[in-house]
Design a protein around this ligand. Structure first.
Ligand SMILES: [Zn+2]
Length: 272
């Protein structure tokens, strides 16, 4: 038994007595292009966390299905929290776990827009409670790979579509999948995606709404060879999808095992 939701309180009490680590999946409810259900980010986070729990026996909390998605709000179905709200929620989850002796928390974050709020909360928790937290994101796990020529982190891109296909095929409409090159708005500044631009040979952060740079809601970097409608999602087969999900779960299972025993000195005076 690894899901907190399935435990009675005496079972939970027993479990907290034997472990110091919990996995907390966090996602979002936001548009994912023309072909993925709006639950994509929480569904993936939950599925990965559940599989890691099953494999390692680590305690897994229920998924947080809402996140910071204000930049997608023009697309119907997007339900968003402010960063302040999410930061509070994350902090109070850590605080609740601290009460039962959990001092290692691994967040499986399924939505990049949540990162600032989660990071803010875990810094505060480390400071106030000593809890050691880590944030794992599946596109970071896959960051050294090229997924048929594309980076893993594209919104509703090949990697995300594969993870959804492997996690919840009924939320995928493969026949409507298109990857939309980021719309360019300036000759000098090349937008890589909604929040990131390239100026000369440096990068600059320019937070924009998805609607400013994509008509469909999906997003890819603007490769010169990419023209709208030329993406080929037929490469994303169920077999490819299963393998990609398995790679993510295997990596995270190994990470969780190592993180459980990691000890970092807290407030150690300088020079010691
Ligand atoms: Zn997503």
């Amino acid at each position: 038994m690894f899901e907190l939701s399935n435990m009675t309180w005496p079972e939970a009490e027993e479990r907290f007595g034997k472990t110091n680590l919990a996995i907390v999946p966090i996602g979002a409810t936001e548009q994912h292009g023309l072909h993925l259900g709006v639950g994509a980010d929480w569904i993936q986070a939950w599925n990965i966390a559940r599989m890691v729990g099953e494999r390692t026996g680590a305690l897994v909390l229920p998924v947080m299905p809402y996140g910071v998605s204000g930049h997608h709000k023009e697309f119907p179905g997007t339900i968003t929290l402010t960063p302040e709200t999410l930061q509070e929620v994350v902090y109070e989850i850590i605080e609740s776990l601290d009460r039962y002796g959990i001092d290692r928390v691994v967040f499986m974050n399924g939505h990049g827009g949540n990162l600032g709020a989660i990071t803010g909360a875990i810094k505060e928790a480390r400071e106030n409670m000593g809890t050691l937290c880590a944030v794992v994101q599946w596109w970071d796990i896959l960051s050294s790979r090229s997924i048929y020529g594309h980076p893993a982190e594209e919104h509703a891109g090949y990697a995300e579509t594969a993870l959804m296909l492997a996690s919840r095929p009924e939320a995928v409409r493969m026949d409507r999948a298109v990857l939309t090159p980021t719309r360019q708005v300036d000759d000098e500044i090349q937008l890589v995606r909604s929040g990131l631009g390239r100026f000369k040979d440096g990068l600059v952060r320019i937070p924009l709404s998805t609607v400013d740079v994509s008509e469909t809601g999906s997003m890819t970097e603007a490769h010169p060879e990419d023209v709208p409608g030329t993406s080929d999602y037929s490469k994303i087969t169920p077999e490819f999808a299963e393998t990609l999900l398995e790679d993510v779960v295997a990596w995270m299972s190994d990470f969780v095992k190592g993180f459980e025993s990691l000890s970092v000195p807290l407030n150690k005076p300088r020079g010691e």
